[in-house]
Ligand binder design. Structure first.
Ligand code: HEM
Length: 133
């Protein structure tokens, strides 16, 4: 029997605050994971410049550059959204303006990502496609 519309239900969309809560957790964990990897790769310098250069050689390809762009986005999002959370924590009355403040922090994040994506993305395209942008 064909399903009626009411049986199918609606797609759960959450709310902007819920998504920013999730994004803050994910970016916080992602940056922490990178920090562990970074401590390890930097520690390799203890075995001398050759060992260090061999390990960091792994970073010189476009796939890792894409991950680096993701890392910059994660740090930036976490920092801007974290500052927004602290504003509400320290000055609770500002929660009345939660929607415009949240919109402003999203615009600040996306606006900052435009030049960053252009600068880092050019290098990624140069490496991946052999272009000279
Ligand atoms: C300007 C820089 C940063 C700001 C303003 C900031 C702000 C915050 C705030 C306010 C929270 C608590 C969120 C809540 O109460 O709901 C938080 C959580 C967290 N932050 Fe940051 N943070 C910054 C940088 C970092 C960095 C560099 C790392 C990792 C190396 C990091 C990792 C985390 C983690 C793992 C959590 C816990 C996430 C969770 O609750 O699941 N943060 N941050």
């Amino acid at each position: 029997m064909a399903k009626r519309r009411a049986d199918v239900g609606t797609l759960y969309k959450g709310s902007p605050g819920q998504w920013s809560w999730l994004a803050h957790r994910i970016t916080g964990l992602a940056v922490t994971l990178f920090l562990f990897a970074h401590v390890v790769d930097t520690a390799v310098v203890g075995w001398g410049p050759d060992a260090y250069n061999r390990v960091t050689e792994v970073y010189h390809n476009w796939v890792v550059r894409v991950l680096e762009l993701g890392l910059v986005a994660a740090v930036l999002y976490h920092a801007i959204n974290g500052t927004k959370i602290m504003v509400f924590d320290f000055w609770p009355s500002t929660a009345r303006y939660m929607k415009p403040i949240s919109a402003a922090s999203t615009v600040l994040f996306l606006g900052s990502m435009v030049p960053i994506t252009w600068i880092m993305g050019r290098e990624i395209l140069n490496l991946a496609l052999g272009w000279d942008l």
